[in-house]
Design a protein around this ligand. Structure first.
Ligand code: AMP
Length: 199
């Protein structure tokens, strides 16, 4: 997908800020980059943790931040009250589906179970050929080194095709991340699907 087509990016990240200041700094740097490049932020709609930091930075720089928050989480995750748009949905499934629909690419910053769940759903949808949008991990402070190693294990032990492995972009800086997303070409002919079709 050419960079000119990327107008909205979903960011999955912690509802906590983590223990190192670099996590917040990375979230804020990405938020500013989005605002400077007229890229809309699509995210979970909270004002806590890295979620809040990236949204605030987008808004401070006159960018657009769009939240998608299930009603039952509004109190627990503390709904952001100053977003460009807030979509209240009924459940987690609707949240993920809407974030997917609204976005041209998906990015994971450091986070916990929720971040991983959302990231992996988009990865598996990509593997199944349900979308061809870029998916990138911002590996701040090596936070995702262990996951990258696990993904290599999956290939080595025959549970993951190399092209599905390579579909997930791993970046070490915001500039690297934006460059990789912009230059992304979806894998051709989803082998995983072809294998299924042959059985
Ligand atoms: P965490 O990384 O655990 O701090 O969570 C980050 C975000 O992921 C929060 O907004 C969570 O509500 C969200 N989340 C957790 N589980 C799910 C799920 N199953 N589907 C969609 N979002 C989720």
């Amino acid at each position: 997908m050419a960079s000119s087509k990327i107008q909205s990016v979903a960011v999955y990240c912690g509802s906590s800020s983590g223990t190192k200041p670099e996590f917040e700094l990375a979230a804020r740097e990405l938020g500013k980059r989005f605002a400077d490049n007229n890229i809309q932020l699509i995210y979970g709609g909270a004002k806590v943790g890295l979620m809040g930091h990236i949204a605030n930075e987008v808004l401070i720089h006159n960018g657009k931040a769009i939240g998608v928050l299930p009603t039952f989480l509004a109190a627990k995750e503390v709904a952001h009250d100053a977003l460009t748009e807030m979509h209240m949905v009924d459940n987690m499934h609707e949240r993920k589906a809407m974030m997917h629909e609204l976005s041209d690419a998906f990015v994971a910053l450091p986070g916990g179970y929720g971040t991983f769940e959302e990231l992996f759903e988009m990865i598996t949808w990509g593997q199944l050929g349900l979308h061809k949008k870029p998916i990138a991990i911002l590996n701040v402070l090596g936070y995702y080194d262990a996951l990258a190693a696990q993904m290599k294990n999956m290939v080595e032990y025959g549970f993951l095709k190399q092209d599905a492995h390579d579909m997930v972009l791993v970046a070490t800086s915001v500039t690297d991340l934006m460059r990789q997303i912009s230059g992304y070409h979806a894998m051709q002919g989803h082998k995983w699907i072809s294998d299924l079709e042959q059985t």
